[in-house]
Design a protein. Structure first.
Length: 408
């Protein structure tokens, strides 16, 4: 019986299926820990969104004696927010020998399975970025590493001491991931991870150059090109400085306009309801309301939080969000957990003020001849999924980070 060999047009038709594109968009929703589906806002100029944010309320008020001069006009103060897209990509590649199918049905099933891998990879990649600071730091090296070393000891997930436990520092690393160590990228080829331990990663090939202790480990070429996640939008000027970021968030200098800051509290203690109340009150003092509606932490924070509520007995049974995340409600605040969250921290969000700023939904690159194209010099075809987007936090003061929480 004759086999079935798909053409470029057959591949294009499969990749353009509404079902496939819907599944990819759904993966972004699932990856977003702040809410099961963030609203989407478009760009206003090319790959950028510009809008005015209030950084000071009107001060044109005052009490006067009869017949006195009226108060000076005092309009609110505004600054332009400039949200610049980040560029995320997911290549899709098929070799020639793998395209020999017994039937068209077998081709479709194979294609959907490979696309499932693409979708899952994009979900994990996006989900991690939602927590980060844009630098793309997966961890830092613990020791000086020599030429030829394949076993690398790492620490400090997200580049911070409170990002991971001392006994589990590698949860952001994945087998087959390509990484670099600071600027050491193996001549642009990166280093493929062969296996992942609890505090070490093993490379498929030895280091081409020595790497110093505390070097930042990131995915190949992703450093400083990733989304500005919760560690940035909920941050303050001083906290951003400690992260090595400067003080500007989406075009506004937080050192000059503290109204554009989030809220950051150093716990330096075990989790307690008093610490949670202190954090919520810090938000309240800047907003005069309790609109912040979601608190998220690691699985360790979920365990510690649930232990606190056993004594309180003032919470409702867990509920499921559409995206699949479980939420636990207590004192008017939902709590959820995420496997990629920094381990020793809790984050507080007003989800109504968070959105995906994007040029459009994730989509396939088309060069005028279709989506799938032959790889020059190879018996293979490839396509490129791309997504130009950034997290847009419209009121950072409604969000907070409670970090450096003691746990094990």
């Amino acid at each position: 019986m004759a086999g079935y060999v798909p053409t470029l047009a057959n591949w294009d038709a499969l990749l353009e299926e509404d079902y496939v594109k819907g599944q990819i968009v759904g993966a972004i929703n699932l990856a977003t820990p702040f809410k099961d589906e963030l609203k989407r806002v478009g760009t206003t100029s090319g790959r950028e969104r510009v809008y005015a944010a209030k950084v000071g309320a009107s001060q044109g008020q005052g009490a006067r004696a009869e017949g006195a001069t009226m108060p000076n006009y005092g309009a609110g103060e505004y600054q332009n927010v400039k949200v610049q897209s980040k560029y995320n990509y997911a290549p899709f590649k098929i070799t020639g020998p793998s395209e020999e199918f017994g039937s068209k049905k077998a081709f479709v099933e194979f294609g959907l399975q490979i696309l499932q891998d693409t979708k899952e990879g994009l979900r994990l990649f996006t989900g991690r970025q939602c927590w980060g600071d844009g630098q793309g730091t997966l961890g830092t090296t613990t020791n000086n590493q020599n030429v030829g070393d394949t076993v690398i000891t790492v620490q400090n997930a997200y580049g911070v001491a409170w990002g991971s436990l001392a006994t589990l520092t590698t949860f952001l690393f994945k087998r087959n991931m390509y990484v670099q160590f600071g600027s050491e990228d193996n001549g642009g080829q990166g280093y493929k991870i062969a296996s992942v331990g609890t505090t070490t990663i093993t490379l498929a090939s030895g280091l081409a150059n020595a790497v110093n202790a505390t070097a930042k480990v990131s995915m190949l070429m992703s450093a400083n090109n990733e989304l500005n996640g919760a560690m940035v939008f909920a941050s303050t000027a001083s906290f951003m400085t400690t992260l090595g970021l400067g003080t500007i968030y989406h075009g506004i200098d937080r050192a000059l306009f503290p109204e554009w800051e989030g809220n950051v509290i150093n716990a330096s203690a075990a989790l307690s309801l008093a610490l949670i109340r202190t954090t919520r009150d810090a938000i309240y003092k800047r907003t005069d309301d309790e609109e912040s509606n979601l608190m998220i932490g690691s699985t360790e924070m979920a365990r510690d939080y649930e232990a606190l509520l056993v004594a309180a007995q003032r919470f409702t049974p867990p509920n499921k969000l559409r995206g699949g995340h479980t939420v636990l409600s207590h004192d008017g605040l939902d709590f959820s957990k995420d496997s990629k969250a920094p381990i020793k921290a809790l984050f507080f969000f007003d989800t109504s003020k968070l959105a995906w700023m994007q040029t459009r939904d994730p989509h396939w690159l088309q060069d005028g001849n279709g989506i799938m194209r032959v790889v020059p010099g190879q018996d293979a075809k490839e396509a490129l999924l791309r997504w130009y987007a950034e997290i847009d936090c419209q009121e950072p003061r409604r969000n907070a980070i409670l970090y450096n929480i003691t746990t094990s």
